[in-house]
Design a protein around this ligand. Sequence first.
Ligand code: NAD
Length: 419
Amino acid sequence: MLTMKINGNAYDVALENFDAAADALQLDQNTREVIKYPERVLMVSIPVRRDDGRIHHLEGFRVQHSSVRGPAKGGIRYHPRVTLDEVKALATWMTWKCAVVNIPFGGAKGGVTCDPKHMSQGELERLTRRYTSAILPLIGPDQDIPAPDVYTNAQTMAWIMDTYSTTKGYPIPGVVTGKPICLGGSLGRTEATGRGVFYTIQSACEHLHRNVKGSTVAVQGFGNVGSITAQLLHEAGAKVIAVSDSTGCVYNPHGLDIPALIHLKSLTGKVDGFPEAEPIQHEELLGMECDILVPAALENAIHSDNAATVRARMIAEGANGPITPAADRVLESMGVFLIPDILCNAGGVTVSYFEWVQNEQHLFWEAQDIYGRLERVMKTAFRDVLKLHGERNVPMRLAANMLGVGRVAEAVRLRGIYP
Ligand code: NAD
């Protein structure tokens, strides 16, 4: 499997982002001490029975960074590179992300260090059920609500929901979001993150007096977030000229046929081999001359060694933490307009919130209702971040972090510090 260059530890990046926001907000030291670090960290041992009868030990994590503004919320990642620090970073970003879009959740994240591409469905089910039972004391609809992330999906959520419900003795759909619709999932959740990325790109284009229609786009990562973003941009008349996944990169200067590429990926599991395109190197995609670059794979994709090669005019961070702080500084000096992750990809957690509300109320909303609400939330958050960016003359990432951290700090001020 192709791995990205690790340029620093994601948790160090998360702490650096926090410190910059806290400094800019002139946050008092006591509040910093309360909101900076994870509230709870659980590391679990997961013995998984492989199909050949062997037991294979895996490590899993669940981190609750904050429950100051509401139940902790965050996805579960299955990937060979999952570490405790990565999960802590992702949980921390979830806290600020939920605050940026102003939904009543805190931040959490989970992960299992494993290679799901080399596991059968039966092995994945046993892994998921054992991991769920190990983190069971922490999760619950009023405590901590998992969702899909890299290499987990609606089926994974169904197994978690079933394991949790069976243990408690009655169905509890609100324990996870991103479930299949027939188990209480929400319409629009699967495509919510990509749709949110699209809405923020629309807002950014409006702000910069550019058109989505006719824009050229490169997308790194063609999973849930990347493929939906590409699809919506394609439908809006943008030209998606390059796309990659872990198996390869494809390029067509006249624009890729995104529905056909999605179809190929669903059949073969890869973009590699798409007939109407030429293969290119991963680094070529990141350095491609285009209007909009969408990193939608993993952390640290753009780092100090390749930032100067970026030729996109706008970057929309579909992924969490795809740009290191050193690369941020380079891109800022080059005048690249950034839609930062905790704003750009917050559509997923926003529709997760809608799903949770529907589960709590035992009712279902129409798809158009969900899209309308999501668009309002995303565009309001974009305006709020842009306002701070302008008023305080700070980069977009710092503005987003200031908004998120500031809202959590205000909640702490009102709640007080126990005891
Ligand atoms: P996914 O598993 O559906 O897709 C990940 C994609 O990235 C796959 O196509 C994979 O092949 C590709 N990939 C992996 N390594 C790569 C590499 N080195 N180069 C190019 N492509 C590579 O995952 P996803 O849910 O789409 O998540 C992608 C990113 O978006 C992650 O950072 C995740 O945390 C973030 N995110 C996801 C959601 C969500 O709702 N799924 C919400 C917010 C943020």
